[in-house]
Design a binder for this molecule. Structure first.
Ligand code: GUN
Ligand code: ZN
Length: 436
């Protein structure tokens, strides 16, 4: 062991060993005064600080985060980096919003310099919000993928992205072709997939903007390379659902379109999943496909309420996504806040434990990354976020009245945002730190 590679952080530590919805208290490990020991960017050990410090060599550097809460880095399972600059665009629902705001914004990514600048800002903004892993859409331009992978590589972040495949029902300047989209994706896979912490996602935008031929080739690509992801959108908006039914009259449902083209399986991730029936949900569960629940986006675009309870009952993998720029915040805390409200509107209750599980181990599990990230078991990659439970006067005041861990976590997710992030560590090292 090289002692130079060994360091630790001390503070209140919380992580999940399993899903609290099924495992209750046993799912949560909590050390009021804990130590997270890191070797070569990976978790070596976690436990009570007193116990660990007593047997560690005295010269192991320890960063003191006492008074702060240390959690595994957040996992954002659905976000569009190219929509960073159109977050908070007024007045439209999905299809008009795409035409009016999204497509013009994405057109600008034909310029690699613009892509590079946005990718830099985007990765910094993720880290500023405690997010260390993301599954992100790029644009139709191959260079937009290069830009995001390069920005993530520089920061050593876990990033999964892919070139949007879109060969119909979009402006000419954003359209690829079935064969061209396949070949460009193939080249990007060879360039990036599996390099450091980067992985590639085959990215047909949604069934409406791909011809059946492009859908077939996307399914083929996903099957051709081991470990690839596939990301898309499904059943977000009722107008969209009706349109897809017209475009693919042979399909039983919107989800069935993807199924017919071999696009459901492990590491396939579908944003929204609002207007599904139980046949669809069962099919997702059976194939190992995952849902990305995007509450701020679903409320902002007036899309509908995701049925989290039913998805869980039927055993689907569910992660949470900000879906910026239809989503209204990069903050996972704010996203959990809105998730809570979406469930309230559906007569369901999201516990604070389930919410933070969703943002960490649950998200990792939905992406089949729970062997590598999501909690602090030995060997995991040491990505973590340091939360300040008293970041604002209101948080500090409300926290004083919080009795239990559950209550404190709930206050944090309801009142917290980027101001609550004191630091974000990637592979053990500080990747972002709040000034001051
Ligand atoms: N469906 C197809 N494209 C998009 C997109 O960019 N954002 C959202 N929210 N839904 C979509
Ligand atoms: Zn999206």
């Amino acid at each position: 062991m090289n002692p130079a590679d060994l360091h630790a952080v001390r503070g209140e530590i919380l992580h999940f060993l399993a899903d609290p919805a099924s495992h209750g208290e046993a799912a949560i490990e909590h050390f009021a005064d804990g130590l997270l020991l890191i070797r070569d960017g990976h978790v070596a050990e976690t436990g009570p600080a007193g116990e660990l410090l007593a047997r560690l060599p005295a010269d192991v550097p320890v960063t003191d985060y006492r008074g702060k809460l240390i959690l595994p880095g957040f996992v954002d399972t659905h976000i569009h980096y190219a929509q960073t600059d159109i977050i908070a665009s007024h007045g439209e629902q999905l299809l008009a919003w795409l035409e009016k705001y999204t497509f013009p914004a994405e057109a600008r990514f034909a310029d690699p310099e613009h892509a590079r600048a946005v990718a830099e800002f985007f990765c910094d903004e993720l880290l500023r919000n405690g997010t260390t892993t993301a599954l992100a859409f790029a644009t139709v331009h191959a260079t937009s993928v290069d830009a995001l992978f390069e920005a993530a590589l520089k920061r050593r972040m876990r990033m999964i992205t892919g070139k949007v495949m879109m060969d119909r029902h979009c402006p000419d300047f954003l359209r690829d072709t079935a064969a061209g989209g396949y070949a460009e994706s193939q080249a990007l896979i060879e360039r990036w997939h599996g390099r450091e912490r980067l992985q590639y996602a085959v990215t047909p935008r949604f069934a409406a903007t791909s011809t059946p031929e492009q859908m077939r080739l996307a399914g083929r690509l996903y099957a051709e390379h081991p470990g690839l992801y596939l990301q898309s959108h499904v059943a977000e908006n009722r107008g969209e659902v009706a349109w897809v039914a017209k475009l693919y009259p042979e399909a039983r449902s919107y989800l069935d379109v993807y199924d017919r083209f071999g696009q459901l399986g492990m590491r396939s991730v579908y944003a929204h999943c609002i207007w599904l029936d139980d046949t669809d949900r069962r099919r997702m569960a059976d194939t190992g496909a995952a849902v990305s629940f995007c509450p701020t986006s679903n409320l902002f675009l007036g899309s509908g309420l995701f049925d989290f309870g039913r998805a869980r009952e039927l055993g689907l993998r569910v992660g949470i996504g900000t879906d910026v720029g239809a989503g209204t915040s990069f903050s996972m805390l704010q996203t959990l806040n809105e998730a809570y409200k979406v469930l309230q509107l559906g007569g369901q209750k999201l516990s604070a434990a389930s919410a933070f599980h969703l943002a960490t181990l649950g998200g990792a599990h939905s992406l089949y990354l729970d062997e590598r990230i999501g909690n602090f078991l030995p060997g995991k990659e040491a990505d973590f976020v340091v939360l300040d439970p008293a970041a604002t006067p209101l948080l500090a005041r409300r926290m004083q009245g919080a009795q239990t861990l559950d209550e404190r976590l709930f206050v944090l997710m309801m009142l917290g945002d980027d101001r609550s992030i004191a630091a974000t560590h990637v592979l053990g090292r500080v990747a972002w730190q709040r000034p001051g």
